[in-house]
Design a binder for this molecule. Structure first.
Ligand SMILES: Cc1ncc(COP(=O)(O)O)c(C=O)c1O
Length: 425
């Protein structure tokens, strides 16, 4: 019998190629079950979606209950309980001075964030960061700076985008040493504003509080504080793309709470709703109130099933103290990864992370990014029953996206596999 992979490649284009060739027939908690009878420890979490583990039972029940009343009635047409209640909950969780608009995907809410910022300020320019990832629409490709592959042949993209360097202290774009750097990453804006675009022409700065696809790069808090100051000084709106960092991944519900630096606009998707597509654009009330009917929209955003799943997801995170578990298990994982780094100093350039957003950067003898090695480790780990993903512009960072429910047992199992795979290489 043909595998799902063989069948899929006959009917789907290469653009739909997967990170693996696994055909999955069931999923539960920490594990995926494949068509060829394998049980795989899932540290990919559907790319940071399954923060409660696979197919969380309480979420399943909440969705079933919602199914009994409605599947789709149209948020453009009527109001319904799960939609309003979820907006109320998200406003409460983001300080009470916000409003919420629902869409379906990360890219879609980032589009919304750009449109809102342009609408409110009446300004054309956007500042984005090299190494960033914000999605696949034309607007989002225009502000994505982690790979030219995302942009190839799609030019001309949205005009008015200006690029800044992100605070990557391991590979400082300004050639500085951590703690002796004078924060050149903040000073760069003097030059951008002087030579490229006047700050009065910039609507927004969009930034991931921790860069995800760009390599799990955790910036110093001072960087995010500095961006906030610069935006305030020039009336620029600060957008946090929390599509990967949000819903507990960094140890607080949103990374802005982890870093204690609040944006004007926040985008959330991925883990928001237990695996059912949903995205939220959350922004300060003073801006949202000025965004009139018709200026933005969509048919499916805020689907009843997705909203019910999101309400249950947020409830579970609170009731089961998953933010605490994320911090504790994140620390435990980081300590295990530091031990690996001590053992394999020649190939592990850096171990970094915050909460359960952790990665290992693999390097060659000269300390250059070694994407081939990272791919090899990922492939061999899968053969041993551990699913991991890579990230980074050079694909040389192996990332660990464990669910927030993870225990020491699964972390030990994963680290043991990585250790074995590196030792046998
Ligand atoms: C930080 C970030 N922004 C935006 C997106 C795009 O989200 P979606 O794939 O749901 O459009 C992603 C997806 O990986 C992401 O990690």
């Amino acid at each position: 019998m043909k595998s799902m992979y063989e069948r899929a490649t006959k009917v789907m284009p290469p653009v739909a190629n997967r990170a693996t060739t696994l055909g999955v027939i069931n999923s539960e908690d920490y594990y995926l079950y494949t068509e060829d009878g394998r049980k795989i420890l899932d540290f990919a979490s559907g790319v940071a979606v399954n923060n409660l583990g696979n197919k969380n039972k309480k979420v399943v029940e909440a969705v079933k209950e919602q199914l009994n009343t409605m599947i789709h009635v149209g948020h453009n047409v009527v109001y319904y309980e799960s939609y309003v209640a979820l907006a109320e909950k998200l406003v409460e969780l983001t300080g009470g001075d916000t409003m919420v608009y629902f869409s379906n995907s990360g890219a879609e809410v980032n589009e919304g964030a750009l449109k809102l910022a342009k609408y409110i300020t009446g300004r054309p320019g956007i500042i984005s960061f090299k190494n960033s990832f914000h999605g696949r629409t034309i607007g989002c490709c225009s502000i994505t700076g982690s790979s030219s592959a995302y942009r190839k042949y799609y030019e001309p993209l949205m005009p008015g985008v200006y690029w800044a360097d992100y605070a990557n202290c391991y590979r400082c774009p300004f050639g500085k040493e951590k703690c002796h750097c004078n924060m050149e990453c903040l000073k760069q804006f003097d030059s951008i504003f002087h030579k490229l675009i006047d700050p009065a022409c910039i609507a927004a700065m969009i930034v991931e509080p921790v860069q995800g696809e760009g390599g799990y790069i955790v910036p110093p808090k001072e960087f995010l504080q500095g961006l906030r100051r610069i935006c305030d000084k020039h009336g620029i709106l600060l957008i946090y793309d929390e599509i990967q960092t949000g819903i507990g991944r960094t140890g607080e519900l949103f990374a802005y709470q982890t870093f204690d630096v609040k944006p004007d606009i926040l985008t959330s998707a991925k883990a928001l709703s237990g695996g059912i597509p949903l995205a939220a654009l959350i922004a300060k009330k003073e801006f949202m109130r000025k965004w009139p009917a018709g200026a933005h929209g969509g048919t499916f955003g805020g689907n009843p099933l997705a909203c019910a799943a999101a309400l249950k997801t947020l409830e579970i995170i609170e009731e089961e103290n998953l933010l605490d578990n994320c911090k504790t298990m994140g620390k435990y994982l980081m300590e295990s990864l530091y031990s690996l780094q001590e053992k394999y100093t020649d190939i592990i350039g850096e171990v970094r992370g915050i909460g359960l957003m952790c990665g290992i950067e693999f390097v060659d003898e000269q300390g250059n990014p070694d994407g081939e090695l990272a791919s090899y480790i990922k492939k061999k780990a899968l053969e041993e029953g551990l699913l991991l993903l890579t990230c980074g512009s050079d694909h040389n960072v192996v990332r660990f996206i464990a669910p927030l429910t993870v225990t020491e047992k699964e972390i030990d199992q994963a680290v043991l596999i990585i250790d074995k795979v590196i030792a046998e290489k």
